[in-house]
Write a protein that binds this ligand. Sequence first.
Ligand SMILES: *Cc1c(COP(=O)(O)O)cnc(C)c1O
Length: 241
Amino acid sequence: MTQNFSTDEDLSFLKDNLQEVLESIQNAAVKANRSPDSIRLMAVTKTVKPLYINYMLSNGIGLIGENKVQELLSKVEFFNKPVPEMHIIGHLQSNKVRKIIDTVDMIQSVDSISLAKEISRQAALHEKSMDILLEVNIGSEEAKTGLDIRDINETAFAVSEMEGINLKGLMCVPPISDSESETRGYFEKTRRLYDELSSALKGKCEFSVLSMGMSGDYVHAIAEGSNLVRVGSALFGARRY
Ligand SMILES: *Cc1c(COP(=O)(O)O)cnc(C)c1O
């Protein structure tokens, strides 16, 4: 397959960015008495062109996240083979589930029982099972997607009963804040919810993924127990829409 983009750009800045992020993950882990290997780095690739993504893939990134179904599908054919593990991390409309059920490895942004039902239905049709996370609106923000904290328990139990769905944990995007203690407070709250649900659901599903932390706050998220950080701009530079 020919690739329709130039390959003579100097992309070494991407390697420097990656090195920096890996080092600060390492430092944050050590500071929290955690093994750096227990924390996965996802490269968030929204608005990023395949040339850049492939560069990261050839430098050791094995997991990418996209917010939009259409954008992911338009880029995936240009990715280096074997294709990396891919997760959807943005709000997903039920009518788009069938388009990505065979492409992605996890849907991190499940925020309603009706969306989970559609994932379950499509998984059955495609004879597979799908890993999911429930997205928690941990700051109870009006304008944000994610489940209300008060609905998490009921939703988790309902989803854990659905065929074709493996509920693996929680994801959150906390409110933007300049205060480290406030941000850490939201991450801590999410981790406690994760621990509580994990024991409440024992035997029904196996929790293993706590997805929290982005470019501006992944160090704090690691301090509070995150084991999957979703990093975009710190790797690729500021997004140009
Ligand atoms: C865009 C996005 C990220 C990455 O954001 P950066 O601040 O660029 O690291 C992580 N998670 C979600 C859900 C996003 O939409």
